[in-house]
Design a protein around this ligand. Structure first.
Ligand SMILES: [Mg+2]
Length: 384
């Protein structure tokens, strides 16, 4: 504890470093009884630029979406001598069906092989919509797959997701994507680990490559943790409730975060954990079907605390916030932990940014892609 305190104080001193964090918008921090309290800052006038980016107009509906149906299907899945019922809709993808099956069987989607003799190999294509396959309600299929013990480091054969979203995409306003969101809000109940705090903003954090290098190996997972994680969360917690959202299973999230000491840290609390089942598949005319993290799921369940105005999400994959682009900040991925853990300063700098914007009434008016420019601009202003 004493060691952590001294680390936090060191970190705060770094934040105070006039080079990194000029006095003209300085943050004074008192450290008392293990919790950072009492943040003051002077007014700093103009805040960055309001983004003019729009997600672009909805393109003409493609062949896939024209055949979409919202009809609910009840399917029977036989696995390991037992029968399971799953409910899906015609505009869900095969990947979504597998996630539903995972919910009841605990067999990871990538380990599932779905068999149904009338459909041949169509169930092997995760991107297909169920409405494109002649599935009928009450249909019985067989699943082959085994429950895999969760590992802290992802299996090497898992393909790496390449974030190729370098342009605005036309996804946010598609009606079919809005409908899916409504269903997900009903299906996924966020369990609070600690109560939401009135007046706090919300910080949503990805894990892999954001807080942790999940591709490297180490004797101790702490060697793969992004530097300054605990110190940054301690400081951010004074202004933000913190949720962690990862595209893996809840078991793996709890394992990772537990091993890193995030879940029982004396200096901050985690409000909630969200896993891959909270993600929503969205359709894009140009990118096909993929899963993303829609913050609307959180806003709908805690409307008295969180909204698009007070939420910010850090993720190394821009595609994850394609449905709420004004609330997402693309963090530089933390890879090759052994080579980079002595030099990576990303969380320190982002914590400065979080504090700098914490008093704003509407975070969604900022362009988070300019976050570094924002802090540099503050520096220049202080020099001038
Ligand atoms: Mg990630």
């Amino acid at each position: 504890m004493a060691q952590l305190k001294s680390m936090v104080i060191q970190r705060i001193e770094l934040i105070h470093d006039p080079f990194l964090f000029p006095l003209s918008f300085c943050v004074w921090v008192s450290y008392m009884e293990g919790t950072c309290i009492d943040f003051h800052r002077d007014s700093f006038g103009v805040f960055g630029s309001v983004s003019e980016k729009k997600m672009g107009k909805e393109m003409a509906a493609g062949a896939a979406s024209s055949s979409v149906t919202q009809e609910e299907l009840t399917l029977m899945v036989k696995w390991s001598g037992k029968k399971y019922t799953v409910r899906v809709c015609g505009d869900d993808s095969v990947a979504e069906l597998k996630r539903r099956i995972f919910q009841v069987t605990n067999v990871l989607p990538k380990r599932q092989k779905l068999l149904y003799r009338k459909i041949k190999n169509k169930l092997a294509d995760d991107s297909l919509l169920l409405s494109q396959i002649p599935l009928k309600s009450s249909l019985k299929m067989t699943m082959i797959g085994t429950v895999e013990d969760d590992l802290i480091v992802d299996p090497v054969e898992t393909p790496e997701v390449i974030d190729d979203f370098d342009e605005a995409v036309d996804i946010k306003d598609k009606e079919v994507n809005k409908q899916k969101m409504k269903r997900r809000i009903d299906q996924y109940k966020i369990e609070l680990k600690t109560p939401c705090r009135k007046g706090k903003k919300l910080l949503v954090l990805d894990i892999d490559y954001t807080l942790f290098d999940h591709r490297s190996t180490a004797e101790n997972p702490l060697q793969l943790m992004r530097p300054y994680l605990h110190e940054s969360l301690t400081v951010a917690y004074a202004e933000y409730d913190i949720m962690i959202w990862s595209a893996t299973s809840m078991k793996r999230i709890e394992l990772k975060m537990g091993q890193l000491g995030v879940l029982n840290n004396p200096n901050y609390k985690i409000t909630a954990l969200l896993d891959h089942l909270a993600m929503t598949a969205v359709q894009s005319d140009t990118r096909g079907i993929f899963n993303c993290k829609r913050l609307g799921l959180i806003w709908a369940q805690f409307p008295e605390f969180y909204s698009s105005k007070n939420t910010i999400m850090f993720d190394d994959l821009r595609r994850n916030f394609v449905m709420n682009p004004q609330n997402g900040l693309t963090i530089k991925p933390f890879r090759k932990a052994h080579a980079n853990r002595d030099t990576d300063q990303e969380l320190v700098k982002l914590t400065q940014y979080l504090l700098a914007i914490a008093d704003l009434d509407d975070l969604s008016a900022l362009d988070h892609s300019n976050w570094q420019f924002f802090t540099e601009n503050m520096h220049d202003r202080s020099d001038g």
